[in-house]
Design a protein around this ligand. Structure first.
Ligand code: BGC
Length: 738
């Protein structure tokens, strides 16, 4: 029989144990001062790097994908299949670390970690449509926590490339076309992730705005245009979030490969912005060891490269082509970022229990704030109890909701409900399958209905059959989908598989037709005049079905606003044809960017074009009014105004402030936004102060931002094309560092 120790003996044993631990820690801190968390990350990085041998240092400057693929690399027996793995350095008390893609949740492309499921967030564009940094922060923190609990220390998300190309297959990973919106939201997401002792990455630096010819396309743009657009989005995200790493991109920029661009990496990122973290390559984006001289700190996914170029670093140092100090700089940057977020002090613990129910609520909120009501003829929505028979058509809505594919593919909890082979042979098809996340809209519609309702389902394969069923229903809801993936762009703005014709046929049979779009980005809507209502649900994530149903029945008041312009036609775009789309893969091709910093809505304003739906646009079940605008000048603009909910129900609005003219001419730019929740009749005063860079021009010759003195006009409204109030104020001349 075991004897339990007396409480006193147990207390003594504990005291001895604690004293031992303290002594051990003291020795550890003396012998290995870099493990002392009270020191600054810079000091810890310097000390750890100084203690490293060349081989140890090199070990973290290049690393494999942690999957048995390509050239054989050494992986531990219990390896966590993932995008990246770096071995421990036991002599220095430094643990191993893993990287995973994580833009929309912990990715598990091709189900590499068999059966492992994670919380699936809605698309980046849904988060952007929330216009709510709190949503982005919560997303980042949730993914960080889940990653940590699965054993990951570094997240490879999210993307902050501006969505210049509506056909880009990766738009679903990004945060829209405006640098302020994308930068603010990404900065918040990074903060959320890094609060969980996990490093966050911003990518793909820079101008990686099309998937067509993504390895060989050369984005051509003037420097001022670049600084005022995509680079500004990165700059804002980096300032706000302090991400531990930046991933450089596949494409070339003005003739230089992005991962070997001295301009991007050394001049802009590290010198102008004083970035202290590390630059990792995209997977397969390294061109040679010289990239290290141009600012690249780490070669990722080394098996994908023709050879592991960074293995040559010691020889380059010996030959005097790379200073030894540069190697230490590379390694210190990595160490600093890992120390700064506590990734080495609180190493990720594989197998930690995850509160999936709480995490699902994060996914729900992101979609609830990001779903955009685009059309609502005569208040067809929300449906009332009078809608007794509802026909649901298409989109596998009897099973689940669509997700986007590629390295960001998350296999959500409870899913996949449908998993289909990709009907193509291209870079996108390498990523596996077309996945519908479990959670059937038909079921959710039934559960969310205010009273008894019959929900019928028609797959939508035969428009005449769907139309016949539509005639018998009170209301028809068509779920229209367009699958998009990393590695390929979509060729045009149509819905595939005859869905445009299906919607037209159904709407002709029943005008009470609601279209729910599950698309990666904008689509054309040739049937728009025929249908009663349109919802852009994006890829709606794990709770997508429930959120869509709640919006349709009115349990939820839609509040998303478009973060990307929906074009009326392709000829409105700066590049009506995607550069290189007609050429064999891996052909070098230039992609001119005549729009410069006039991305999205700014291009439409410059060219006086009317899009299908403008940036910032979205409806809800309340109405909002703006009044009492006050514009104050000085070194920048401060705009304050009242927003009132004039509708009958509680709701959220996102009033937006745009610069409309500056000394020298017109200039439409978003300078501020704020999401506000208001009860019926409630008024709130909103005050927004413009980031001065949004008033400025980037002056290449003088290397910095330049604000001209004069009168600046500003307008406040519900979208970039609906500006209710306007005013102006004087701003003083000033110069700002780059
Ligand atoms: C993608 C990156 C991703 C990496 C690792 C690349 O193909 O472009 O976004 O992080 O793979 O999976």
């Amino acid at each position: 029989m075991s004897r339990r120790p007396s409480p006193r003996a147990a207390a003594c044993a504990l005291a001895v144990l604690l004293a031992g631990l303290a002594a051990h820690r003291a020795t550890a801190a003396e012998d290995r001062p870099w493990l002392d968390a009270s020191r600054s990350p810079d000091e810890r990085a310097r000390l750890a790097d100084a203690a490293m041998t060349d081989a140890e240092r090199l070990g973290w400057l290049h690393g494999p994908m942690a999957i048995p693929l390509g050239r054989s690399v050494h992986l531990p027996k219990d390896v966590l299949f993932s995008a990246g793995y770096y071995a421990p350095i036991p002599r220095l008390g430094l643990p191993d670390w893993y990287e995973t893609d994580a833009s929309l949740g912990v990715a598990n492309p091709a189900d590499l970690r068999k059966g492992e499921r994670s919380t699936l967030l809605p698309s980046g564009l849904a988060t952007a449509a929330s216009f709510d940094p709190e949503v982005a922060y919560a997303n980042g923190a949730m993914v960080g926590a889940e990653a940590w609990a699965k054993g990951f220390n570094v997240l490879l998300g999210g993307g902050v490339n501006l969505t210049r190309e509506p056909r880009n297959g990766r738009n679903f990973e990004y945060l829209g076309e405006d640098p302020l919106l994308a930068g603010v939201l990404d900065g918040a997401a990074v903060q959320g992730t890094q609060s969980q002792h996990v490093v966050s990455t911003v990518k793909h630096f820079a101008l990686n705005d099309q998937e067509t010819q993504r390895h060989t396309v050369n984005a051509v743009i003037d420097e001022a245009g670049l600084r005022e657009s995509d680079l500004l989005a990165f700059e804002i995200a980096i300032e706000r979030g302090q991400p531990g790493s930046v991933m450089c991109s596949y494409n070339l920029l003005n003739g230089q490969p992005a991962c070997g661009s001295d301009f991007l990496l050394n001049a802009v990122l590290k010198t102008d912005w004083g970035y202290k973290g590390w630059v990792m390559s995209d997977w397969g984006a390294v061109h040679g060891v010289a990239d290290a001289v141009h600012g690249l700190d780490q070669e990722s996914g080394e098996q994908i490269d023709k050879e592991t170029y960074f293995l040559k670093l010691p020889d380059e140092v010996a030959a005097g082509r790379i200073p030894a100090a540069r190697l230490s700089d590379m390694s210190r940057r990595i160490l600093r970022s890992l120390f700064a977020v506590g990734a080495l002090d609180h190493p990720a613990k594989r197998g930690t229990e995850i509160d999936f129910a709480a995490h699902a609520e994060v996914a729900r909120r992101a979609e609830a704030e990001g779903l955009v009501l685009l059309k609502n003829r005569a208040d067809l929505l929300p449906l009332t109890a009078k809608a007794r028979s509802v026909l649901v058509v298409g989109g596998y809505a009897n099973r689940g909701v669509l997700s986007g594919a590629g390295s960001a593919q998350v296999l959500g909890v409870g899913g996949p409900a449908v998993s289909l082979p990709v009907n193509a042979e291209n870079e996108a098809s390498q990523f596996g399958r077309v996945v519908y996340q479990a959670g059937a809209p038909t079921m959710a519609l039934k559960q969310s209905a205010p009273g008894p309702v019959t929900i019928a389902y028609d797959g939508g394969d035969y428009p005449a059959q769907a139309a016949a069923a539509a005639r018998r229903a009170d209301v028809v809801i068509v779920f229209a989908t367009r699958w998009e993936a990393e590695g390929a762009d979509v060729p045009d703005l149509s819905l595939p598989d005859g869905q445009d014709a299906l919607i037209a046929a159904v709407a002709a049979a029943n005008p009470n037709t609601v279209v729910v779009l599950e698309t990666g980005g904008p689509v054309a809507m040739p049937w728009l005049d025929q249908v009663g209502a349109v919802i852009e649900a994006w890829y709606p994530g794990q709770k997508g079905a429930e959120v869509i149903a709640d919006a349709i029945w009115g349990k939820l008041n839609p509040s998303g606003r478009l973060p990307i312009t929906f074009p009326a036609s392709l000829d409105q775009l700066p590049r009506p044809a995607i550069p290189g789309a007609d050429l064999p893969d891996h052909t070098a091709v230039d992609a001119p960017h005549p729009e410069g910093s006039d991305v999205g809505y700014r291009w439409y304003a410059r060219k006086s074009l009317k899009p299908l739906f403008p940036f910032g646009y979205g409806l809800g079940y309340s109405r909002f009014a703006y009044a009492n605008l006050k514009v104050e000048g000085g070194t920048t603009l401060t705009v304050s105004f009242d927003v009132t909910n004039t509708g009958a129900r509680e709701g959220m609005d996102t009033p937006q402030a745009y610069l409309t003219a500056r000394p020298g001419g017109p200039a439409l730019r978003l300078v501020g936004f704020q999401k506000v929740a208001l009860k019926p009749g409630e008024t709130r005063r909103v005050s927004l102060t413009a980031d001065r860079r949004l008033l400025a021009d980037y002056d290449v010759a003088r290397r910095g931002w330049s604000v001209a003195s004069g009168t600046y006009s500003v307008a406040v409204g519900a979208s970039s094309a609906d500006l209710a109030l306007s005013g102006a104020a004087k701003v003083t001349a000033q110069r700002l560092k780059p």
